[in-house]
Design a protein around this ligand. Structure first.
Ligand SMILES: [Zn+2]
Length: 354
């Protein structure tokens, strides 16, 4: 369905792509040996968090983030703009954004110049520009400010070319077609290697997200990779990849693994449930991941109950394997992909079920 390929300095990545989240450079519960063996092509990290922990000095000393961590695939780095709608925003003005890192309490002002410099040192494969993402429900004037600001910041960020690094733009415009088109046209006038649709999936009704995606995708040049940041539950990936989205990321498979949920083609199962106590089947028959090859549901449930860290590792391995299989199936056979997601619900945050 999609023959687009993203070429990074670490190789070619077939699209559509799902990226696990590695906020501070590492995927939780996953050793790199396993990540590399599983052929995970790309992860996304947060450049602001990386600049605080482990810090730019250490990353620079190892020639970049791959050298520091040992991951052999591609790193995407987010500029942190998305954090505006989270608790970490302290202040925002025309110059940039002040963030406060929740863990360390460190406060940092990120301007487009600073974001460019941070991501150059991190030496990621794909650097996302700093954008101004207003929270859902902001007044129209706020979206107009965000469009102008994002354009000005994009001019500074995208015109700086770093050898070996792709730079993606982001456009805003809220939920209004005219504002979306205005922001998109401005951002497409700047040089970029891909584009993200910003300001979606931040609390607006699903019909609104769908309408905006359907409206904007045909306006974007066909060969340009399109990224829907922060979206990555199986049903959304299926639906939005059919609408033309190429790149997704989410904590969905890793976060749910840590909470006891394993992803299967019959929907997510909650391994805490007592109905699995005598279930000696693998999480999903036919899955060749380490968890399904060596463990049954009953055994995994015991590991979860005893809070054995193996559980997080095993179910994370399985859930990422499921996501990889979904992406491969989407590339090869859309009807089969539909079968894999048909038991998933529309709002995975409120309706995940056992
Ligand atoms: Zn498995």
């Amino acid at each position: 369905m999609n023959d687009k390929i993203l070429k990074t300095k670490h190789g070619e990545i077939e699209l559509p792509l799902f990226m696990p989240v590695a906020t501070r450079g590492f995927i939780k519960a996953m050793p790199w040996k396993k990540v590399n063996e599983m052929n995970i092509k790309a992860v996304i990290s947060n450049s602001v968090h990386l600049s605080i922990t482990p810090g730019l000095e250490k990353i620079k000393a190892k020639g970049g983030i791959n050298g520091y961590t040992g991951f052999e695939g591609s790193y995407f780095t987010d500029s942190g703009g998305f954090q505006i709608i989270r608790e970490e925003l302290v202040d925002i003005d025309d110059e940039g954004i002040v963030f406060k890192d929740k863990k360390s309490g460190v406060q940092i002002k990120v301007t487009p110049e600073k974001s460019s410099e941070i991501q150059e040192i991190i030496n990621s494969d794909v650097a996302m520009m700093l954008d101004d993402c207003p929270p859902y429900g902001s007044p129209k004037e706020r979206y107009e400010i965000s469009i102008e600001r994002t354009y000005r910041w994009g001019k500074i960020f995208l015109q700086k070319r770093v050898p070996g690094q792709l730079r993606f733009s982001i456009f805003q415009g809220g939920y209004d077609y005219d504002l979306r088109k205005k922001s998109l046209d401005l951002m497409l006038s700047l040089p970029s290697d891909g584009i993200a649709i910003g300001g979606l999936k931040i609390g607006e009704p699903k019909e609104v997200t769908d309408k905006i995606v359907e409206y904007v995708v045909p306006l974007i040049p066909k060969d340009m990779p399109i990224y829907l940041m922060g979206v990555g539950d199986p049903l959304s990936i299926y639906e939005y990849s059919l609408k033309g989205i190429d790149i997704f990321d989410s904590t969905y498979p890793t976060r749910n693994a840590r909470h006891g949920y394993a992803l299967t083609s019959k929907g997510p199962i909650n391994l805490k449930a007592s109905k699995y106590s005598m279930d000696f089947n693998p999480i999903e028959s036919g899955c060749e991941c380490e968890a399904c090859r060596y463990y049954h549901r009953s055994g995994l449930r015991e590991l979860l109950k005893s809070e054995d860290p193996q559980f997080h590792y095993l179910v994370t391995v399985h859930n990422i394997t499921f996501m990889q299989k979904l992406m491969k199936t989407l590339r090869e056979n859309v009807d089969m992909a539909k079968d894999m997601v048909k038991h998933y619900v529309k709002d995975p945050n409120t309706q995940i079920q056992g």
